[in-house]
Ligand binder design. Structure first.
Ligand code: SAM
Length: 342
């Protein structure tokens, strides 16, 4: 983690995506999503027009996506997980530590890509957003994962929330730099600044998908950044409270999801206390205190699919963990997916 972090360029489907992708490919970048799960010819590519793009992996009669079928045909893994479509993230190949240039305005004055740790795209990908979904991003600022979710072009409604008003302002600015303002109307994208732990007090059993990307010890950042470091003595109590805050946020997100809905919990920490332990506690409390049964969705096929891009921890018993590695210095990102059974 002390070596330079690798980034990914999340392509903005609303601003010259083909031209931007061609430029990045000419520099040696590859779309780690598309190259791991190839989309059949003619099915991909977001049209550059005044709306969010169509589904890349179209549905077959039994609801299976072409992306799933494609990877089965390749004989990879029988149970390839369903991924949110249309998300493209370009990275320099393994071992290549070139840096991306800052994004510049393209069509409609919108930025061509958003730079982020490429592993941060995984929670949005595994959320499996489908046509007409209502999605809640409970801790959304500065907005990388919300932007990834918007790239699907499938959402009926996206609610992006962050307790911090200054970070919510940044989130709003990010969205405005990447999305046409006509698409940012309150009935399509709601931006709020509530304490996510209290969400269940006013909205329950509603969202098809919920992303709970919690505040954590941000391990990589904490190693290299002195300012406002969460490991400083003055922040000891706050740090010790983190697992409890994370648990309350996850429980709140679970209750905001509809029965049958899915929730992805993620952190950028290596700490089991903030990862598996929080999920275990949430499963137990959801069942015992709220009567909500959940199943844990197996994400091992995902690690297989993206094994050429990320280095996954070999033996997490609950969820998956992208470990920083010298040849693939992304992460850490922990993610666990839960499905509400009732
Ligand atoms: N999902 C974001 C992205 O992809 O850009 C990153 C989220 S960051 C890891 C965690 C966020 O949680 C911070 O912006 C923080 O302000 C917010 N947060 C902390 N406590 C919260 C709470 N109780 N309710 C809602 N948001 C909270």
């Amino acid at each position: 983690m002390l070596c330079e972090q690798k980034y990914g360029a999340l392509l903005n489907n609303l601003s010259s995506p083909e031209a931007v992708e061609a430029e990045l490919r000419a520099q040696g970048c590859v779309d780690f999503v598309g190259c791991s799960a190839p989309v059949p010819e003619g099915a991909g590519g977001a049209p550059e027009q005044d709306r969010l793009p169509e589904v890349t992996g179209t549905s077959s009669q039994d609801g299976e996506t072409e992306r799933e079928i494609g990877s089965r045909a390749a004989g990879e893994v029988a149970a390839t997980p369903r991924l949110s479509p249309n998300i493209r993230c370009l990275v320099y190949p393994k071992g290549d530590i070139s840096r991306f240039k800052p994004a510049r305005p393209r069509a409609y004055g919108l930025l061509g890509y958003y730079l982020l740790d490429a592993a941060s795209v995984l929670p949005a990908l595994v959320l499996d957003v489908q046509e007409g979904h209502s999605v809640l991003d409970l801790c959304a600022a500065p907005g990388g994962k919300a932007l990834a979710l918007l790239q699907t072009g499938l959402l009926r409604f996206l609610c992006v929330n962050d307790v911090s008003s200054s970070r919510t302002a940044r989130l709003r600015a990010v969205l405005r730099s990447f999305v046409h303002k006509e698409l940012l109307t309150d009935d399509r994208v709601r931006i709020t600044s509530f304490d996510g732990r209290k969400w269940e007090e006013f909205e329950r059993n509603f969202f098809d998908r919920v992303l709970v990307d919690v505040p954590c010890t941000t391990d990589r950042h904490s190693l290299i950044e002195e300012e406002n470091n969460i490991f400083k003595r003055a922040r000891t109590k706050e740090r010790q409270r983190l697992p409890q805050v994370q648990l309350e946020l996850l429980l709140s997100g679970i209750q905001a999801a509809r029965p049958g809905g899915e929730v992805v919990y993620s952190t950028c920490s290596l700490s089991q206390l903030q990862n598996q332990y929080v999920v275990e506690q949430a499963l137990q409390q959801a069942r015992e205190e709220h009567g909500v049964a959940l199943e844990v969705v197996d994400l091992r096929p995902l690690t297989h699919l993206f094994r050429d891009t990320f280095h996954f921890a070999p033996d997490t018993h609950l969820g998956e963990l992208v470990l920083p590695h010298l040849s693939a210095n992304f992460g850490p990102i922990y993610l666990c997916k839960l499905r509400r059974l009732n």
